[in-house]
Design a protein around this ligand. Structure first.
Ligand SMILES: [Fe+2]
Ligand SMILES: [Fe+2]
Length: 475
């Protein structure tokens, strides 16, 4: 089961040829997907031979194979982690029962909604990133962008498989709708707001893959606990692909920082004006981009108090991050959690039933995880002997969802007036000038081994290739 069948029209490890109805339905969806890719996938890239990894096994040791392929010919397919024998439900009201191989009727609507919401983010990010290839800072980076894009495409396949196999006609309709919505389009936008924002430049792309793909990691980890076993198995395999996306983000920002610090030391200055004249991205601008992407992404976890979150947990649809490592009763009916509220000009902690606070629990786990990479970025600055440090803003900063939305906070978490916000906002979030400056740096660098001035080369190439390997043949 762990080897993948690539001789079928749709590569898979789920014995697709034994289920003719499903196979036919997916084969009908396939050309629509390819049309979507041709319309909305990376701009002007269809003829390139790209050094991509393709999954050949779900076995963690050696699951991938690398080769030059044209992206429209990428073998998108359906890959689930192997079933765990006698897997039991490990949280909620059904704890201890066997996991479900089919969708229980009473949970059908909620499960469908969860799968559609996850599925919608996958093509959305490809749409958000579709113009970036035209301004890649190097072949190495262009290849990484395309790798992320084809894998987000595969994640859409993963969710559409579940919809087709387990949700009948409704599922097939949802599969079509996933190809019809468009990121940022007014009359038919993507479901979640962060996926309707633009990713206009490579700094945004690296911040997005660091912060927003990490939201993906946490959502997938919570779904990997699901009592609906096919969902758990498919999200587990998606997680192995997701790790590369976050690597692209973390290493991308890290290389920008390294280049900026080299220039700061060379010119002996921290003056943004001088650094911009030298063509690098000053650290305060990086901090503003970080503030933006962090705050937009933590909104994705939803309202701090949510009865839906409680229902999804109690009914066994969506667990917590690392559910099994937690030492509690995994029913949480008698537990509480502290969420933040604003009262009389101050932030106060409010104790609420844990079940209703599970969005906040996941958000807090996410925040802990994302701080790690920022500390590694700070090590680069420290090593260069520069005193500046990047910081995550307070979780109340710039929120648009939950109890803290509608109130203005500084990045340190103080409540401020609307006037103070207006006076300081340009210090905290990317300004139009910042965005124009970053945009002015974006130019296409595609000679093997060459890098744009504003970013340092990576230490090593992809799949142990040299950095100046020909990752893309433009034809
Ligand atoms: Fe994804
Ligand atoms: Fe991703």
């Amino acid at each position: 089961m762990s080897t993948m069948n690539y001789s079928d029209k749709i590569p898979n490890n789920v014995n697709l040829s034994e289920d003719r109805t499903l196979q036919r339905a997916l084969e009908q969806w396939q050309p629509n997907y390819i049309n979507w890719w041709n319309d909305m996938g990376p701009d002007h890239s269809h003829n390139f031979d790209v050094y991509l990894r393709t999954a050949v096994s779900v076995d963690p040791s050696g699951w991938a194979q690398f080769d030059h392929v044209k992206m429209p010919d990428y073998r998108w397919g359906i890959f689930l982690n192997q079933a765990e024998q006698d897997r039991k439900i490990n949280f909620g009201d059904h704890k201890g029962e066997d996991v479900w191989q089919d969708v229980p009727g009473e949970y059908r609507a909620n499960l469908r909604r969860i799968i559609v919401t996850q599925g919608d983010t996958e093509p959305a990010s490809v749409e958000q990133q579709r113009h970036l290839g035209l301004t890649a800072p190097s072949q190495y980076d262009l290849r990484n962008l395309f790798q992320v894009n084809v894998e987000e495409g595969r994640h859409l396949w993963a969710m559409v498989y579940l919809l087709h196999k387990y949700f009948g006609r409704d599922g097939r309709e949802e599969g079509e709708a996933l190809l019809e919505r468009r990121s940022g389009q007014e009359d038919n936008p993507r479901i979640l707001q962060a996926f309707n924002e633009e990713t206009p430049d490579w700094l945004s792309f690296f911040m997005f893959t660091y912060f927003t793909d990490r939201d993906g990691k946490f959502q997938l980890c919570a779904l990997a606990e699901s009592s609906f076993d096919p969902l758990a198995r498919t999200t587990k395999f998606m997680l192995t692909e997701e790790a590369h996306h976050m690597f692209v983000g973390e290493s991308g920002v890290s290389r920008i920082i390294l280049r900026t610090c080299q220039m700061m030391n060379e010119l002996k200055t921290d003056d943004p004006v001088k650094l911009r004249a030298a063509g690098v991205i000053d650290l305060p601008t990086l901090q503003r981009y970080l503030n933006f992407h962090f705050s937009v992404t933590i909104d994705l976890f939803g309202a701090d108090e949510s009865s839906n979150a409680a229902t999804f947990y109690s009914t066994g649809l969506k667990g917590r991050y690392e559910e099994n490592k937690r030492q509690d009763d995994h029913s949480l009916k008698n537990d509480s959690y502290k969420v933040l509220n604003a009262s009389n000009g101050h932030l106060v902690e409010k104790e609420v039933p844990m079940l209703n606070a599970l969005n906040e629990v996941l958000r807090d786990d996410y925040i802990k995880d994302s701080v790690g990479g920022i500390e590694r970025w700070n090590k680069v600055i420290e090593k260069a002997g520069i005193a500046f440090r990047l910081k995550v803003p307070h979780k109340a900063f710039n929120r648009n969802i939950g109890a803290l939305s509608g109130i203005k906070f500084s990045p340190q978490g103080q409540i401020i007036s609307d006037n103070e916000w207006l006076a300081k906002k340009n210090d905290w979030l990317p300004t139009i000038e910042d965005r124009l400056y970053v945009a002015s740096l974006m130019g296409r660098v595609v000679e093997p081994g060459k890098f744009a001035n504003w970013i340092a080369p990576p230490m090593i190439g992809i799949n142990r290739q040299v950095v100046d390997f020909e990752y893309i043949r433009f034809n």
